[in-house]
Structure formats: structure tokens, C-alpha cells
Ligand binder design. Structure first.
Ligand SMILES: *Cc1c(COP(=O)(O)O)cnc(C)c1O
Length: 364
């Protein structure tokens, strides 16, 4: 069986050892006579799986003791509503920084729930409506009485990543970390809350992770659905309703794998090496281009363009023949996109770069 070299933006590839272990344990988890999918979420077997997953995530990200880790459902898009419902608070105000398609969606959805303003818009600055970097923090229009400031730490579609934690003058910072969480250490204490769907860099779709400072748990709007109230979820150890049990199990295996790879510092070193290899190949070529400011180029999602767009279809066809799939760019951006999450080995990036050179030589 040949596994594809999978550059999907999400749901994305998982570490092969994790898939193998899950396959081995599919019918009988640790002598329980049950698949994890068949277990009660309140039984001792699953509780041990859950507790280990939470503890490993806390350890990997060095989550401070005054933050709760919540395992929810609904993905990043549900959080676009759940964040304002839970965190706007009495003043009902929040400021949003838009650096790409995902933060734009977050901003639009949040507007339904309160006085939500645009603090900065990267597309307005670039002159052509494209997202190419992060507006200087000194120019963000922040209100000191806002409930929070929202950013997307890694724009999966546009390939723009924050490599710093912006100061917001004491207003809690909330970040969508869906597509770069666990790719490197992140100072959680710089945030009021972070959230993300699991299917990019953690595990299967269906699990959503929220990490929230405990002093922010008392702010929910009265109409927040009980099952989605951060406080309720926290007080019930993510078991107010049935959590996505199998996805939590796989996430736990991924966390163990990450630990075996040297934790997030080890992961970061590998991710830097992979991204460098790919961006250097793009920059050195006459055929390929990437238009994101160098200090904001995502290590996880690398959009690139062929200067002659008529070659796109042939490029993708040749890639597929070499086992490389899901390289087509998002429809809103065009071109190509290589997502090179934690589970992508450097050999996969090497294969892509070799193919890009070969294609340029033949067709560029
Ligand atoms: C994929 C993604 C989302 C959407 O997640 P869903 O699980 O589809 O709701 C939101 N934000 C970012 C940054 C993403 O990459």
C-alpha cells in the first residue's frame, strides 16, 4: 500500500505511527474488549484516555494552571459565534483584526452579537485587496473597554502567520489557532483564549479545542446554548454532553507522538527546516512566486503561484503522478498551496521541491 504525499489544508495528514496504533487498537482497546468508539464517555477506560489527553496537551503547550482546556465540537466556524457569546461581556464590544479569509469570517459572524469593530484590515493596506502581512500593531484601532481583541494566528488560506503575540493593553487577546497550534511553543499567558478545530494539526475533524483563562468564564450571554457555554463545559470536564470521544483518543495519540519527537521545540525546528526548504525553492525560481511579507510567511500553509497560470493543470497532473496530492490552491486565492503540518515529513517537502525544479526546467 502506498500512502500519498498529502498536502491537504484540512482535514490533513496524521502521523503514520498514530494511524497504525489506532488500527491495532480498533477492535479491542487495551484488553477492554471494546473499540474506543464503543465506550461510555463516563466509564473508567475513556476517562483515562481523556485525562491523559488533557494532561499531555497541558504539558506540550505549557498551559498555565489558571487556564481551562475544553474539548468541544462545532469547529472554528462555530467558535466564531461562541467566542462573542461567551466573551463579549456586559459592554458588548470587541475589536477584530483581519489578516485573511478566516479572520474576515470571524469578524462578520461576531458582528451579529454586539458592537464589533474592525481594528485593522490587511487587505485595505495592501492596495489590491489581497492579504500579504500583518498591519503594524501601533496602527490597530483598539478600544480599551472592549471585551477582547480577536486575531487569527495563522491564515490557512492566505498563508499569513503571526510570529509574535500582539500587546493589547490589558484587553484579553483571543486567537484562532486552528492551523498552527502545536507547530511550535506558544505563550498561552499572552492570550485570554485560543481556539481551533482539530483537523489541521491535531487529529480528526469533530474535536474543537478551547483554552481559556478562568477569570473570563463568567461573562457568557444569557442566551448562550448551555452545551456551548465555556463555564459549563469547564465545570463538567468537557462532558456536559457526549464529547467526540474517538477524536479525543486520536488527539491523545498525536500528543504522545509529539512528545516523542522532542515536544514543540523539536517540532518547531523541523517545521522551520521544511518551510525554509520550500520558500527558498520558490524564491530562487523564475516560475514560482509567493507574495506574503517575509516576516509573516506561514510555516504551515505555503501558497504559491505559477507565473504562467496556463501551466497550473499540468503542474497538478505531474504532482499527482508522483504521489503528491491536494496541492491546488484555495478557490479564493488560486494557484497552489502546500500545507506542511507537523505530520508532513521533510522527505515529502523534498519530493515537492525536486518536482518543482524538474517541472520548471521542462516547462518554465
Ligand atoms: C479550517 C479553519 C477554520 C474552520 O474550521 P471548521 O472546523 O471548518 O469550522 C477556521 N479557522 C481557521 C484558521 C481554519 O484553518
Amino acid at each position: 500500500m502506498a500512502r500519498a504525499i498529502n498536502f491537504s489544508a484540512g482535514p490533513a495528514l496524521l502521523p503514520e505511527p498514530v494511524l497504525r496504533q489506532a488500527a491495532e487498537e480498533m477492535l479491542d482497546w487495551h484488553g477492554s474488549g471494546m473499540s474506543v468508539m464503543e465506550m461510555s464517555h463516563r466509564g473508567p477506560e475513556f476517562i483515562s484516555i481523556y485525562e491523559e489527553a488533557v494532561a499531555l496537551l497541558r504539558e506540550l503547550l505549557a498551559v498555565p494552571a489558571n487556564y481551562k482546556i475544553l474539548f468541544m465540537q462545532g469547529g472554528g466556524l462555530a467558535e466564531n459565534a461562541l467566542v462573542p457569546l461567551n466573551l463579549l461581556g456586559k459592554a458588548g464590544k470587541a475589536d477584530y483584526v483581519v489578516t485573511g479569509s478566516w479572520s474576515k469570517k470571524s469578524y462578520k459572524e461576531a458582528q451579529r452579537y454586539g458592537d464589533v469593530q474592525l481594528a485593522a484590515d490587511a487587505a485595505a493596506l495592501s492596495g489590491d485587496g489581497k492579504y500579504r502581512g500583518i498591519p503594524p500593531v501601533s496602527e490597530w484601532k483598539l478600544r480599551p473597554d472592549a471585551g477582547y481583541v480577536h486575531v487569527c494566528n495563522n491564515e490557512t488560506i492566505d498563508g499569513v502567520e503571526f510570529f509574535f503575540t500582539p500587546g493589547t493593553g490589558g484587553v484579553p487577546l483571543v486567537a484562532d489557532v486552528s492551523s498552527h497550534v502545536l507547530s511550535r511553543p506558544l505563550d498561552i499567558s499572552g492570550y485570554g483564549a485560543v481556539y481551533g478545530g482539530a483537523q489541521k494539526n491535531i487529529g480528526p475533524a469533530g474535536l474543537t479545542i478551547v483554552i481559556v483563562r478562568d477569570d473570563l468564564l463568567d461573562r457568557a450571554h444569557a442566551l448562550t446554548p448551555t452545551a456551548f457555554e465555556f463555564k459549563t463545559v469547564a465545570e463538567n470536564d468537557s462532558m456536559y454532553n457526549t464529547p467526540p470521544t474517538y477524536a479525543i483518543y486520536i488527539a491523545g495519540l498525536v500528543f504522545k507522538w509529539l512528545k516523542s519527537q522532542g515536544g514543540l521545540a523539536g517540532m518547531e525546528a523541523r517545521n522551520i527546516e521544511k518551510a525554509k526548504l520550500l520558500y527558498e525553492a520558490i524564491d530562487a525560481s523564475g516560475l514560482y512566486g509567493n507574495t506574503v511579507a517575509k516576516d509573516a510567511r506561514s510555516r504551515m500553509n505555503v501558497p504559491f503561484f505559477l507565473k504562467d497560470e496556463a501551466l497550473n493543470a499540468d503542474f497538478l497532473k505531474g504532482a499527482k503522478e508522483r504521489g503528491m496530492v491536494q496541492l491546488k490552491g484555495h478557490r479564493s486565492v488560486g494557484g497552489m498551496r502546500a500545507s506542511i503540518y507537523n505530520a508532513m515529513p521533510i522527505e515529502g517537502v523534498r519530493a515537492l521541491v525536486d518536482y518543482m525544479r524538474e517541472f520548471e526546467k521542462a516547462r518554465g
